[in-house]
Structure formats: C-alpha cells, structure tokens
Design a binder for this molecule. Sequence first.
Ligand code: ADP
Length: 250
Amino acid sequence: MIEVKNLHRHFGGFRAVDGATLEIETGSITGLVGPNGAGKTTLFNVVAGVLPPTSGQVLMAGEDITGLPPHVLFHKGLLRTFQIAHEFASMSCRENLMMVPGEQTGETLWNTWFGRKRIADEERALRAKADEVLEFLTIEHLADHKAGQVSGGQKKLLELGRTMMVDARIVFLDEVGAGVNRTLLNTIGDAIIRLNKERGYTFCMIEHDMDFIGRLCDPVIVMAEGKVLSKGTIDEIKADERVIEAYLGT
Ligand code: ADP
C-alpha cells in the first residue's frame, strides 16, 4: 500500500528522519515503535502530507504521492487522525463526525435551484452515517454530548470514527492508546481489528504500549535516529539486540 524510499526530513542541520525506507503492506496493521525522538511522528507527518520531505519518495499503491497536501491524500483514502480541534469541542460528537468533508458536488445552477433539497438530503445521509459510526464504536449514547466533555479515550474513538465517515484505505494513527484506560483501550483495539477485517482498512500506528502493539500489529517496524532499525513480529523485535540497545540508549 505504502512504500517509503530513502526519506529525509531535516530541521536546519538536524536529521529527524534520516534515510528511512519501509513498506506498509496492504491489509496489515503495522506498528511503528522506537524511542522518543526516533522520528516516528515526523515520518507520519511527511507521509500524510503535513510536512514536505527534504528528500526521498513516498508511493501509494505504486503512485508517487510525495509532498501531496493532506486534502488530496484524503480523497485518495490516506488519512491521519488528529486530535479534536479546540473549535469543535463545543459541538456534539455526532456533529463532529458530520463535519468531515464528503464528496464535492460542485456548485452548478441546477444545484442552486435544487440546493435546499439537496442539502437537506445530504445532511440526513450524513447524520445517518454518523449514527452508524457511533454505533460501530459503541458510543452511540454520546451522540448528543459535547465532544469537549467526553473522556480522553472516548475522544480517541471519535478520532477513529472520523476516518469511517469517508472511504479510507490507509489510516495513520498517532498514539490512539495514550492515556486511555484498559476498558476503552480494548474497545479501540476491537474497532481497529474490525475495521481491518471487515472493511479492509490498512493501518499504520505509532504506539508506546507494547501489549497493545502486540495484540494488534503484525509486522512491527522499529525506528531509531531517523532510520528503520528492525522489522518483524512483536516477539522478533523484542528479541532483537539492536532494538534493546536503542531503547536502553535513551
Ligand atoms: P518521535 O515521534 O519518534 O518521538 P519526532 O518525529 O517527534 O520523534 O522527533 C524527532 C526529532 O525531531 C526530535 O529530536 C524532535 O525534537 C525533532 N523535531 C521534530 N519536529 C521538529 C521541528 N518542527 N523543528 C525542529 N525539530 C523538530
């Protein structure tokens, strides 16, 4: 699904991503781990179009997508989760899902004449889809709650839910498990597995919780100092001397 080739992202003289090469196989839930400062978030941001690379290439299903902006990647089905923005906190959970941009219909004279009906129809369809997503994530009881007032874990579910409002192919998750209690972590894990198995989503996730990674991810890619250090099953990378050394070195 994704090939990253000799990717560099420098900040001044500092090489946050320093020649990373990796592949994310279609249909996988790939974990991305590594000590703090390894370059994981920077790599995510470059692949998701948030930051331009210094050099290197990113391919999606063979197509060169290097440096394409997030909204273009979004329409290709490449999504990165983001925290609920401050300005959306006072909107309900359902409304937060409904804010995700859908297909552009374009503004024609025809649309203007029939605009009102079309908008009402679209809103009804979006609302139905949002309710379906909330149900899938087992948070339908939060539909009318303000997004800013639900728990941290429920917010993470909502972030995941936004990727379900469009036809995602690959979703990049940045620490969806961070600071989330065990029960919700299991709900998030179950939702990721179901999206992978039932809807064919490919995932790449940065995560620190090795148990969570072990339950969900195969393979796991380890980064250190801006490069890929190792790749394998959770047991393989845990037994890899270079990985142990990289973690101990921080
Ligand atoms: P990780 O996600 O693995 O913890 P990051 O990609 O966040 O690593 O950061 C890698 C390194 O790049 C860190 O040392 C960080 O301080 C540095 N870095 C990240 N973003 C910037 C930036 N915008 N400007 C300068 N340095 C940055």
